[in-house]
Design a protein. Structure first.
Length: 229
């Protein structure tokens, strides 16, 4: 394992502080918002957005403590940080490019900007700032599928038990609607066009690709840093 430079430590601590504060503000504001708002009120914690935000927030809080106490050379934490970073990337990409276009101007309120843009972007930057410490094997890219798979299972239970993610909706996102015209694994000429099985498979492939790309970039950064030593 490599040592973090003083510059890396300071930058990472600043980034982690931004992440933790953004998560706190975003989650609290979301929980206090009217239930008439998408992902607002008591049901806010039922969404992957908030769950992935809380996950990366806790990971970064622990990471900050490890850096401050000079115990950051923990490979398990780096793998978990990597998994959390890819998960929060999914949160940002799905919202910005799949959900937001259909929500109009209402999509870009403070809560959504913090939880879907600020936290994901800063988390990715932070990952690359500290990626020189340890090399994560490419096989670990498979682990990035665990959080979304667990959430898909959780959402499926909610659908069967008619949990109300939003008033009148027993599913959190349109692509996890098992009762759509497309069915579980069919296709339709109307949204969501494909059944949840296909959406889940596409998202899992996307996650693995993103995970591998992040590791390749991390390797390039590490090699460049080592050459300058």
């Amino acid at each position: 394992m490599n040592k973090l430079t003083s510059t890396q430590r300071i930058i990472s601590l600043i980034l982690k502080t931004v992440i933790v504060l953004s998560v706190l503000i975003g989650v609290i504001m979301g929980a206090l918002a009217s239930e008439a708002n998408f992902m607002g009120g008591d049901t806010v914690f039922m969404y992957f957005t908030i769950q992935s935000n809380i996950l990366i927030g806790l990971i970064c809080l622990i990471g900050a403590i490890l850096i401050i106490t000079n115990r950051y050379e923990n490979k398990v934490w780096y793998i978990i940080k990597y998994i959390g970073t890819v998960s929060i990337t999914l949160t940002g990409v799905v919202f910005c490019f799949v959900l937001a276009p259909g929500m109009g101007a209402n999509a870009w309120n403070l809560v959504n900007v913090l939880t879907h843009v600020v936290v994901p972007v800063v988390s990715v930057i932070d990952f690359f700032v500290i990626c020189t410490v340890t090399k994560i094997k490419k096989i670990n890219a498979l682990w990035v599928t665990v959080p979304p798979l667990l959430y898909a299972f959780y959402a499926g239970i909610g659908y069967v038990n008619n949990w109300q993610f939003f008033e009148g909706y027993n599913y959190p996102y349109f692509f996890l609607n098992w009762g759509s015209e497309a069915g579980a694994a069919g296709f339709s000429d109307k949204p969501p066009f494909m059944g949840p099985v296909w959406w889940i498979l596409i998202l899992l492939v996307f996650l693995i690709i993103i995970g591998l790309v992040y590791l390749l970039i991390a390797d390039l950064i590490t090699k460049k840093v080592n050459k300058t030593k």
